[in-house]
Design a protein around this ligand. Structure first.
Ligand SMILES: C[S@@+](CC[C@H](N)C(=O)[O-])C[C@H]1O[C@@H](n2cnc3c(N)ncnc32)[C@H](O)[C@@H]1O
Length: 448
């Protein structure tokens, strides 16, 4: 029988009607998590804390590159402080390195670290933030001040640069990048890396785009034509200031080993064993970590066309705009009763609605947990006895079905022999679909 809806007025779109009639309006993840928590035999404790990247803009080194998807350096430090008596000089792993927050904070504590990251731009950013601490600030300034501004390059061909930047800004970006690209091969490569990092970090700020958190066109943007030079100047001076701090206050740690591999953490076989794995995987219905950084990837020559972007994206832990072919050919190696039940409920709701933005959503959800299982399969054997795997993750609401991502990930850890030490709620979030539905971001601590 056709369900009777409260909202069927003509002026609403089908999507709006579904949202307005959703049984999840004013719902709460805590209530929908109860049956899962009961089965796991655990509770979630509140531990409110600034977990997002934003405070990093005031932290030395972390602030070199803006990265909305990162977590806060203070969160990573709080983990180190919590376990400082459990591990002496812990060896740290972040399988989803992103811009390197975990690894930079590890190095600031003198801890060795290893990371894997699939996006070559983010790998470059993390590596540059980690391995340039010995660059003499004066030398960087000298090279920067002598950039040859008479050899502009052409903006990347495959990007719609004329739409992304005003004509005057684009011209100045081409001049600046031309200056960096024409530096002599004799220049310290770490200085070239720092200048490229600085350049990449200003691109969105001088464009007609904004990241909030997905990259999209901004309605009102009137960028001063000189903004590329002004912001580049500010960034280079910020880096110089931080290098001075590091060389004065952290000189003992400059040579601490911090390795970042351009690799898929579902496949990478580490040669080390780790005391602490601290990480934040992609969120299930979250961001596209490739499209969101395509401008910087293009300008820094990490990709030359859309095909290359797609190739990187297809290897990643799945997000909800994954290519259809990948889902069609998906052969899971992991499942459990919860995943099967969630898939059935999503399918039922999609059928009832008749239309959904991705008809293959049940399989996207399944692939997410299958991918996470593959990551755990590679990592768990590399955790030392008594070591910990600490993940920050957010849950989801998909087609009116609650998906307790944190609890499902904890269950995967359990299946692979870890025990759940604690799950803490760091903050409340709102569902992107049903704004009145409360989601959460949690810290999962699993132990070997
Ligand atoms: C939530 S972000 C991590 C942010 C990080 N905590 C920080 O503070 O910068 C997740 C990262 O995982 C990367 N990623 C996704 N799938 C991956 C895979 N299979 N192997 C390695 N990295 C992957 C994405 O490119 C993204 O940078």
């Amino acid at each position: 029988m056709q369900q009777k809806y409260l909202f069927q007025l003509k002026e609403y779109t089908a999507r709006q009607i579904n949202i307005l009639n959703s049984p999840k309006q004013l719902g709460h993840c805590d209530i929908d998590s109860e049956p899962y928590l009961k089965k796991l035999g655990i509770d979630i404790f509140n531990k409110k804390q600034p977990i997002q990247f934003s405070p990093n803009v005031n932290e030395a080194i972390h602030r070199w590159a803006p990265y909305v998807q990162g977590f806060s350096a203070s969160f990573v430090q709080s983990v180190f402080d919590q376990y400082k008596f459990d591990y002496k000089n812990p060896m740290i792993l972040d399988p989803f390195t992103g811009c390197g927050t975990v690894q930079v904070q590890s190095k600031l504590n003198g801890y060795k670290s290893v990371g894997t990251e699939l996006n070559p731009l983010l790998k470059f950013i993390a590596e540059t933030k980690l391995n340039t601490w010995d660059v003499p600030p004066k030398e960087l300034l000298k090279v920067y001040n002598k950039l040859d501004l008479s050899k502009p390059i052409n903006a990347p061909q495959f990007l719609k640069s004329e739409r992304q930047f005003s004509k005057a800004v684009l011209k100045n970006l081409e001049i600046l990048k031309g200056g960096i690209d024409s530096l002599s091969k004799r220049i310290n490569p770490k200085i070239v890396d720092l200048l490229n990092l600085a350049f990449s970090s200003i691109l969105v700020d001088v464009s007609n785009l904004k990241r909030s958190p997905c990259l999209g066109y901004s309605k009102i943007r009137n960028v001063d034509p000189h903004a590329p030079f002004v912001l580049m100047n500010q960034k280079v001076y910020q880096i110089i200031e931080d290098l001075k701090i590091i060389q004065n206050e952290y000189s003992d740690f400059i040579l601490t080993s911090s390795q970042v591999f351009l690799a898929n953490c579902m496949e990478y076989n580490h040669s080390n064993k780790f005391d602490l794995v601290i990480t934040s995987p992609p969120y299930m219905n979250g961001l596209d970590y490739v499209i969101n950084y395509k401008i910087e990837m293009g300008w820094l020559n990490f990709v030359e066309n859309q095909k290359e972007l797609k190739k990187i994206k297809d290897e990643m832990v799945v997000c909800d705009n994954v290519s259809k072919g990948l889902i069609k050919n998906f052969n899971p190696i992991y499942t459990n009763d919860w995943i099967e039940e969630i898939k059935r409920s999503i399918q039922k709701n999609i059928d009832r609605r008749g239309k959904y933005r991705r008809q293959d959503m049940p399989f996207i959800v399944h692939k997410y947990f299958d991918d996470m299982y593959k990551v755990f399969k590679m990592i768990v054997p590399k955790i030392k006895n008594n070591g910990r795997l600490i993940l920050v993750v957010g849950d989801s609401l998909i087609a009116d079905v609650y998906v307790p991502t944190d609890l499902l990930i904890a269950q995967i850890g359990k299946d692979l022999g870890l025990y759940i030490e604690k799950i803490e709620k760091a903050r409340n979030r709102r569902s992107g679909q049903i704004r009145s539905y409360k989601l959460r971001e949690t810290i999962i601590t699993l132990r070997k």
